[in-house]
Write a protein that binds this ligand. Structure first.
Ligand code: HAS
Ligand code: CU
Length: 540
């Protein structure tokens, strides 16, 4: 095992364990929503569990997984040792320490604030300080990624940066720009307030800083999945990448447009004028475009793979894909779910329709198809592919690994579609008791919440299969030589056009200008308004 492997593996295990704990919590929530009489069912436990589930999946599982994948991509695509491996370890321990503080605060009932930690809900300082350490750790990861790239660039003055690394660098840049917002929120507002140094907090300012971070956060999750769709999937499916420059264009568009869109989470917030909300909406509609391009390019690459496997008809290439390979099936099924989630995203982003779905169960339907499927299911597929390569052990229980993505797909369809519909019927998100004292409207949600609970059960079984395969492989997988990590070749080499898309410094500068244009004036206005802070609330 190389040193990079060990570092990646440490990050991967934290991600997998966080995912396992979070999935167990989710089962209780889905059943609770269906109003089943469970032992110990209470509002306090429900919100504690939702907080743990959201934080462990959205912030811990994703971040550690992305760090693991990033190290593998950097070492392999650049074909040189990481620059700053010690810093990588220091970052790992910092992020882990932060995670443990966050988890301790939540599980001891002192941080029931949900994963968005909106004030005036107040958590124990350990929650905010822990989250800060997690982010500081991720910044260390960013530094290792950038230093490795710079070292490679010095040795390769004119070659295009390998595509997988191009995508990971875009992820790093988006993350560095985004985390400025949450760092400001936590350091300037929430930590002093939770320590009792300030008496009140301004919820609108905090929400604005949070969503400055919260939207690009979703692309921090998504882009590593796109790296896999573009550079791993075509090869695993037996083909080639349809177009390299299109993939680079996509990553560059995400660098430029990920951040200046955050107000689409605040359409219903007062204190931000309609004109600025419109500006963020236009940017949001633009950022649908790189995902449409991705749909086109990745499906075209799958068609190339099918034809290289012998298909000749219009659609028979779909049949010839290796549907039994857990990486391929995870990714393709995650794409199918993402097509629905992306459609929902366009609905969310449209002001009038947002008024209809905001704060309803529709939203949790949306994000389980995006982060819970496009990202999480892709990452599970990646884990099946990566764990043997990192440990030098064959995948154990591979039948479970082959069934698991399909189970996730069916479970997620039941769960998410029913949540979209109950949302349209008016069911709020984040509620403990969906019966509303037996009111007629709440009665009309009943069959659908039951269906969503069945979906939840299938998802739980699927997550259980995943955990069994991971732990089984880690503990008992047979030692055997494993194929190296390899990336797909494009149909045509990148050529000189890549040079423009490789000018990441330039694109970062464009992104920063756009961020200042989108947030500068609204933030100045918010700070200048007479502000009435809120005292803290801790309902449980
Ligand atoms: Fe979102 C709320 C808008 C994408 C995550 N989003 C959320 C929340 C989360 C989240 C977690 O405008 C809840 C936050 C909270 O707790 O309050 N979202 C969008 C838009 C997009 C979008 C426009 N979201 C994501 C992604 C996420 C994510 C990605 C995580 C990874 N979202 C919103 C808005 C809200 C929101 C509002 C606020 C709602 C509210 O009121 O609170 C776009 O980026 C989506 C683009 C995607 C597509 C799909 C392309 C399809 C592809 C696959 C095709 C392949 C196929 C396979 C069909 C356009 C790439 C074929 C296979 C063969 C074999 C042939
Ligand atoms: Cu968003």
């Amino acid at each position: 095992m190389t040193r990079t492997h060990r570092l990646a593996l440490a990050n991967l295990w934290v991600a997998v364990l966080a995912f396992g704990v979070a999935s167990a919590m989710a089962l209780m929530q889905a059943l609770s929503r269906a109003n089943l009489e469970l032992p110990w069912r209470s509002a306090k436990l429900y919100y504690l569990s939702v907080t743990a589930h959201g934080t462990l999946t959205a912030l811990v599982f994703t971040t550690f997984f992305i760090m693991a994948l990033g190290y593998v991509v950097a070492a392999r695509a650049l074909d040189r040792p990481l620059a700053g491996e010690r810093l990588g370890w220091l970052s790992f321990w910092t992020a882990l320490l932060g995670t443990l503080a966050v988890v301790a605060a939540i599980l001891s009932g002192r941080a029931t604030v949900l994963y968005t930690f909106y004030p005036p809900l107040k958590a124990h300082p350990a929650f905010y300080i822990g989250a800060t350490l997690l982010i500081v750790g991720s910044w260390g990861w960013c530094a290792v990624m950038l230093r490795s790239y710079r070292a490679w660039r010095r040795e390769n003055l004119s070659a295009p940066v390998p595509l997988a690394m191009h995508g990971m660098l875009a992820t790093v840049i988006i993350w560095l720009i985004a985390t400025v917002g949450v760092a400001a929120e936590v350091l300037l507002l929430l930590i002093p307030w939770s320590l009792g140094l300030t008496r009140t907090v301004d919820p609108l300012l905090a929400r604005t800083l949070f969503w400055y971070f919260g939207h690009p956060l979703v692309y921090f999750w998504l882009l590593p999945a796109y790296v896999v769709w573009y550079t791993v999937l075509p090869k695993a499916a037996g083909g080639k990448l349809f177009s390299d420059p299109l993939a680079r264009l996509v990553f560059v568009m995400f660098i430029v447009l990920s951040t200046p869109v955050g107000f689409h989470h605040q359409f219903m917030d007062p204190g931000i004028s309609a004109g600025w909300k419109l500006f963020h909406t236009v940017n949001t509609l633009w950022i649908l475009f790189p995902s449409f391009v991705t749909a086109f390019t990745v499906i075209a690459s799958l068609e190339v793979a099918g034809r290289m496997r012998g298909a000749t008809g219009l659609f028979d290439w779909i049949k010839t894909l290796p549907w039994g390979d857990p990486l391929v099936s995870s990714v393709v099924l995650s794409m199918l779910l993402f097509a629905i989630g992306g459609f929902g995203g366009a609905v969310n982003a449209s002001f009038g329709m947002n008024a209809m779905v905001h704060n309803t169960a529709w939203v949790q339907g949306h994000f389980h198809l995006t982060v819970g499927s496009a990202v999480a299911l892709t990452f599970m597929g990646v884990a099946y592919w990566l764990l043997p390569k990192l440990t030098g052990r064959n995948l154990e229980l591979d039948l479970l690994a082959r069934v698991q993505p399909y189970l996730w797909f069916v479970g997620m369809l039941l769960f998410s579609v029913s949540n979209h519909v109950t949302g349209l019927l008016g069911m709020p998100r984040r509620i403990y008791d969906a019966s509303y004292g037996g009111s007629a409207i709440a009665e009309s949600w009943r069959a659908l919440t039951g269906l969503s609970a069945v979906g939840g059960l299938l998802l739980f079984a699927s997550a259980g299969f995943f955990m069994l395969v991971m732990i089984g492989t880690g503990l008992a997988g047979k030692k055997a030589p494993q194929a190296a990590v390899e990336f797909a070749e494009p149909l045509e080499p990148p050529g000189p056009r890549a040079a423009l898309f490789d000018r990441l410094g330039l694109w970062t500068a464009v992104a920063v200008v756009l961020v200042i244009a989108a947030y500068g004036y609204p933030l100045v206005r918010l700070l200048a308004m007479p502000r009435f802070g809120s005292p803290p609330f801790t309902p449980f």
